[in-house]
Design a protein. Structure first.
Lengths: 472, 472
């Protein structure tokens, strides 16, 4: 269920196509290769990332074809005719291993790898990065809001300020991260999300009479009536009028669902509003708050005990402020059967060679203790090394472990059942319980330990020696 | 030319639909209304915004329909059957006036207004805001990069880090703001943009031999060969190998187009690279630089005289960092023939009533002097007032003026010829020449004067009195 036309092979960077043509014309395009996906820095100065976008990516991959119109376009661009003929029948036929969508992941872990021909594994790079980077960014932001909001309800309101069509991805990722519903009807219908919404200030304005505006709305939506109370004066006009309408609804056997605050100091207004409502015997009426919320403001409102039942979060969630992008990369780890690395002046930018997997180790309480990156088939190991300061070691002997990567695609066929966004959210929730609190803190969270095995360290060091520079 | 399925009526916030149903069931859905689009704060602490997204929005509006599947979905959501029947035949039939796409615009100006029934003008709010806010944000960012880069070439590289499908809008908006080309093949084919790109580090890695990698690429792309020189060691390996390949190309009658630097200090490396290339008689080989560039880094490289011919800008451009969203809003200004305003505790958040237009006034040198917001039909005026500190006035007597808003849609039909992104970019360029330099500065730019007429001020004040609160 994607909003696009059938073929999306052009959803890529131009250089993926020139490289593909280069490999093709040089008759090396079927060399077996492997690429890793990983990121280097947690967004928001946080302690973790929620992995999202896998099902969208896998689904889009099925449409990663080149139709006649695409081929014509590439011909106009001067691409080689034989190469275009090859693309005309192109289908991704590789294998993909990945951690589960919704997994809690950490910097430098290869959380997904793609095996196949160099042509197909390279060609899908841009699509993969585009989807995984963004949906993970937003799911992580949503998860942080959820951590702050606890069991309060969360609604995503960001479509009007989201980055163009990116709002389609954002609303789904918000649900994965823990939101209950979205205002985005398009995404809701596409991905089977709960949608919600009631009225804007323009509704009230058009009546030029707040009580009449409320009454009219209540008449047509008696079962799902949330009144926006801050158009004129929240405490002197909005709440008193909402109380009148609530009583009128009661007479008809209905209950006013809630009132919404969209400006002013939300602790002050929600406290006063709660008192006024309770005084009128309307304890059941919920208070919904919005207006430039993010995880920090929600946390602050919660600490102050603001009696808010539901938070609506817009711009900062749908765009992932203050970080507009996750820095995920896609790096060649194997070519023609040989492990490869990318050298860099900076050891932290050096990549890890070969086909790898990730194990998670648990402490005696069942909490996450550390993750270890190993060659896929290297068997048991008892020590992991800090990936860059390799003198630092950690024993993982005897700890319960879990392999995080599983096959999700083989020979181009999907080999797993993609869960719904709400099912993924359930998984996020269950995994968060296993993540020690010190990694969930917003301010200077404790760094989660991710290590590499001795074998992997040695292989990387051996390969690096080939390129070692004597001076700097 | 949009990537979506035919009907996009669901690309909206849920509350637009509940309000529409409310108006419909109350039989007031055909009341004549007008909404203004404007923003309140320049992004990036800058001095202006480039208005973009108009043609995308207008085109999407033509597809703003509800097909059978959409109607079924709304039925499942519990919407009223008569209302859904109405939507089944819904087409936007209103009028739209707007400034030209590519216009330089400023806070508080109603740069676009939509007239029509309350139902249709309200229902399109989310789509309008989503497209105009984002494309204007990115066109503005691109324009700032262009101001820094002068006549150097600019390439947009952001799709892998852009906000999901938002990358489709971002690449087009980058061209509007002054970029020459994009790496995004999808947008290039959709919007007829120049696309470009050559090789990634993975190309070099797959050969495990830089010279061989360069030679192979040059063999297949002799006319469009840009070599990425920083995989192993830019100055000791990359450039010397590029020189070898350049000489081999010369022997075959070709010229190496360029080398690309993607890491390290770009002033240092470009200066050294230029010297090495020139020493080899390769003055014609261009130097292309990328790696987390933005307008500030480009400006700094330019000030230092870095011999870079072309800049590739990715993440910060495609996501509009450090501002992820333009704060554009859509406010009711007329209902049932009567001007309306939205009251707020904050006068800066009070809206302007009635159907308005914007005039631009020019100084004796033909430069922008100030903009004035007036009622559409109020005739001549000689004074404009600061919109909030209304004691501050400015005489615009005798100044040459230009009305910025023109009709772009009447009765749902497009009444203007939408220019191409490059044509819009030409207009941006011509208008920037008329914008005094002090508004283009990145650091604390001078605030451009935008005022309101005496008539407009009086009408707003009269309406505001109706809601005046005695205490605070």
């Amino acid at each position: 269920m994607l909003p696009f036309k059938t073929s999306i092979g052009l959803y890529t960077d131009y250089y993926e196509l020139t490289m593909a043509q280069g490999h093709f014309l040089n008759n090396r395009h079927e060399e077996r290769s492997c690429f890793d996906y990983f990121f280097r820095k947690n967004p928001y100065n946080g302690g973790f990332v929620v992995f999202a976008g896998l099902s969208s990516f896998i689904e889009m991959l099925q449409s990663f074809r080149f139709d006649e119109k695409d081929c014509e376009y590439l011909e106009q661009q001067g691409f080689d005719k034989n190469f275009i003929n090859y693309l005309r029948n192109f289908e991704f036929k590789g294998n993909i291993h990945a951690v589960r969508e919704g997994e809690i992941i950490f910097p430098y872990e290869p959380v997904l790898h793609v095996e196949g021909t160099i042509l197909e594994t390279q060609l899908i790079e841009t699509l993969l990065l585009n989807i995984l980077n963004f949906e993970s960014l937003i799911a992580t932001k949503a998860c942080r809001c959820k951590l702050a909001a606890g069991d309060k309800t969360l609604m995503e309101f960001g479509l009007r300020r989201s980055q163009g069509f990116g709002g389609i991805n954002a609303s789904k990722a918000a649900i994965i991260g823990g939101f209950d519903a979205t205002s985005n009807v398009y995404s809701a219908s596409l991905y089977h999300l709960n949608s919600s919404g009631t009225m804007a200030h323009a509704w009230i304005q058009s009546f030029n009479d707040e009580l009449k505006a409320f009454r009219t709305y209540a008449k047509h939506f008696p079962e799902d009536c949330v009144l926006l109370v801050d158009t004129y004066d929240t405490l002197k006009s909005g709440i008193p009028n909402a109380v009148i309408v609530a009583r009128e609804l009661e007479e008809k056997g209905y209950r006013l669902k809630g009132i919404r605050l969209d400006s002013g100091d939300l602790t002050y207004l929600s406290s006063k509003a709660r008192k006024q409502l309770n005084k009128a015997g309307l304890e059941y009426v919920k208070i919904i708050a919005s207006n430039q919320l993010d995880e920090y403001i929600i946390e602050s409102l919660q600490i102050q005990g603001a009696p808010i039942d539901s938070f609506g979060v817009g711009t900062s969630l749908a765009t992932g402020q203050e970080d507009a992008a996750l820095d995920g990369v896609y790096k060649l780890s194997l070519f023609n059967g040989n492990p490869t690395i990318k050298i860099s002046d900076n050891i932290a930018k050096m990549t890890l060679p070969g086909i790898k997997t990730v194990y998670r180790f648990f402490d005696e309480d069942g909490l996450f203790d550390a993750d270890g990156i190993a060659f896929k088939d290297e068997g048991d190991f008892e020590i992991i090394h800090h990936p860059f300061e390799t003198d630092k070691q950690k024993s993982i002997k005897g700890l319960k472990k879990e392999e995080l990567l599983t096959k999700v695609m083989e020979g181009g066929n999907i080999t797993y059942t993609s869960p719904s966004p709400y099912e993924i959210a359930e998984y996020v929730h269950s995994r968060l319980k296993q993540l020690p609190n010190e990694h969930k803190r917003f301010l200077n969270p404790h760094v989660y330990k991710v290590g590499i095995t001795t074998n992997l360290m040695d292989e990387r060091n051996n390969l690096a020696k080939q390129y070692l520079k004597k001076d700097f």
